[in-house]
Design a protein around this ligand. Structure first.
Ligand code: G3I
Length: 467
């Protein structure tokens, strides 16, 4: 995982799981020895079922003991608009009056772009005004942690799908396009996989993980981050693969195997190579961009199915120089390979901005604007996801894993389009304006984008498992 030019975290997470923080609300959701088995007794007792129902917002005021506040939506909308008009006089006029009243998803979709956000199941469970805001603003959803292998599997070859299932049902019930994040990520890999002693078992475990996930959610996931952050721009390897747990346990073929297994399990899901650390103009990021492109070219040459390049876009206001030209070239070269491009995890830290909130919000908005004006000019960019919607729920504000990007003055960071009270911030307007300025996209299917996909879709899954 990275957001800076070099990784600043030294230790992958292990030992704990996101189930811990879900426990209070998903009370019966404890991973058990056979965590993939859902106990029907518990379903009837109001556990998993009630949680799913709550996520589905069936209309009841109280479901499974969780009170759903349905009054709040109007208040959120009214509050959001009133605050925006009052606070950002200079910004609102840039948008036509009707656009200032629209949701981000509508401004984006007028240009053929999908706008979405990450969320955690625990944030949606309350069914409160945050859920209302999310449903108003986004057309796409990506689980923040719930689909990560580490968070689903505490025992060898066993997985607990229940929380992930809830989010999948939530997305389906609300017509949200769903991204799958992620099938494999070195940072979020179960301890038991790291400890496997032989290569064959590791390969089988990895293929099982990919196949089981993609098969389970067949037809429900628009695009999968197959391997998250596989590239090392600074290493000695000519294939530019990160020297991570998969390389160590399986060997360099793990990446193509994972993509092939994913394609075999769902021929229509877009397969994304999602990378970080490519947004700015630093020598490290120059190398990273070059390495990603070379790896993609290589995969293409070998007919490995890859449909899209994911650009995480964890921005940092005032930290790095920015080169419009370098970013444009990067996008152009990926688009020239026939790849779709997705902005997968957009947010912006403000640790180097002054304490004054309006000044800080303006600086953060400028950073969003500068980045988006370049990337949205490239028609291959079809999806923009922010890594959260409101500062109330952000990994940056929670200070997860990124000490360098915390504010030193102890003030809360403000990285997202809405503030903690769910009011629009200048960043919201930066996004809306950038969408408005973007050229209109044609809606093109993955198949047209990815000729290699057809080739693989006709193959039987088992060939992948043959040695
Ligand atoms: O569940 C435990 C909780 O019990 C405990 O009290 C708490 C104390 O630290 O930790 C909780 O788990 C945390 C988990 O998020 C859920 O909040 C982990 O420590 C923390 O490491 C984990 O961080 C996530 C991180 O990925 C690692 O998985 C962030 O929420 C998530 O935003 C972040 O997202 C990544 C993308 O997946 C990949 N790209 C970079 C991006 C930002 O780092």
């Amino acid at each position: 995982m990275c957001t800076l030019s070099t990784d600043i975290r030294s230790r992958p997470e292990n030992g704990h799981s996101c189930y811990d923080h879900l426990t209070a609300r998903f009370a019966p959701f404890r991973p058990s020895a056979d965590a993939s088995m859902v106990d029907p007794g518990r379903l009837e007792a109001g556990g998993v079922q009630s949680s799913v129902e709550c996520l589905l917002r069936s209309g009841d005021k109280s479901i499974g003991g969780i009170t759903v506040n349905r009054v709040s939506r109007r208040a959120v909308l009214a509050g959001g608009l009133a605050a925006s008009a009052a606070s950002f006089d200079g910004i609102v006029p840039l948008l036509a009056a009707n656009q200032a009243e629209q949701a981000l998803k509508d401004v984006a979709s007028a240009r053929g772009i999908r706008y979405g956000s990450t969320a955690m199941a625990s944030q949606l469970l309350a069914g409160d005004s945050f859920t209302d805001l999310l449903l108003r603003e986004v057309a796409a959803l990506v689980p923040e942690n719930e689909m990560k292998w580490l968070h689903m599997s505490s025992m060898p070859f066993q997985s607990d799908y229940r929380v992930a299932d809830c989010l999948v049902e939530f997305a389906a019930a609300h017509g949200l396009l769903l991204r799958g994040h992620n099938l494999l990520w070195y940072w979020s890999t179960p301890k038991w996989f790291r400890e496997l002693a032989d290569r064959k078992t590791a390969r089988t475990a990895m293929l099982r993980r990919v196949t089981d996930m993609v098969t389970r959610y067949h037809g429900r996931i628009d695009s999968w981050d197959v391997v998250n952050e596989p590239v090392d721009g600074a290493g000695d390897r000519t294939d530019h693969l990160r020297a991570d747990v998969f390389l160590k346990q399986i060997g360099p073929e793990y990446l193509s195997l994972a993509h092939m297994a994913a394609r075999a399990a769902d021929q229509d899901a877009r397969l994304v190579l999602n990378e970080c650390g490519v947004e700015y103009d630093t020598p490290d990021m120059d190398r990273k961009r070059a390495a990603v492109l070379e790896l993609l070219e290589n995969l293409r040459k070998r007919d490995v199915p890859v449909d899209a390049l994911g650009i995480q876009a964890h921005l940092s206001a005032r930290r790095y120089p920015f080169s419009e030209q370098k970013l444009r070239n990067y996008l152009k070269r990926a688009a020239a390979m026939g790849l779709e491009i997705q902005i997968t995890e957009l947010d912006c830290t403000d640790e180097l901005a002054p304490a004054d909130i309006s000044e800080r919000d303006r600086i953060v908005a400028d950073e969003y604007r500068r980045f988006l004006d370049v990337v949205l000019d490239e028609p291959a960019v079809k999806i923009v996801m922010t890594w959260g919607l409101s500062d109330r729920y952000s990994w940056i504000v929670r200070h997860e894993n990124n000490p360098e990007q915390r504010r030193r003055d102890g003030m809360e960071e403000r990285p997202l389009p809405f503030d903690r009270d769910l009011q629009r911030k200048p960043a919201w307007y930066a996004l809306a304006e950038a969408f408005t300025r973007a050229p209109t996209r044609e809606r093109v299917s993955t198949r047209e984008h990815s000729p290699a996909a057809e080739k693989f879709s006709s193959k039987r899954p088992d060939w992948i498992f043959a040695r």
